[in-house]
Design a protein around this ligand. Structure first.
Ligand code: ZN
Length: 73
């Protein structure tokens, strides 16, 4: 029953894509996919070009980086 598995896989992928697209549409206008949002340490102001894997300070506004609880590993 190979076709059943393929249909289930397709359905699963479709749900995932739909979920991502829907959440993207509902997201605020700010793009939160940059490293100023995804780095382990980020500027509290999310300045463009900020963000680092280590502690430090923002090169844009000079504020100390804070640990990003949403950081991806
Ligand atoms: Zn900053």
């Amino acid at each position: 029953m190979k076709n059943v598995k393929e249909i289930l896989l397709f359905f699963f992928i479709f749900i995932m894509i739909c979920g991502m697209a829907c959440s993207g549409n509902n997201a605020p206008q700010t793009d939160q996919s940059g490293k100023e949002y995804t780095s382990t340490y980020i500027c509290p102001m999310h300045c463009e070009g900020s963000g680092s894997a280590e502690t430090g300070e923002c090169p844009v506004c000079g504020m100390d980086y804070v640990k990003n609880k949403d950081a991806k590993h």
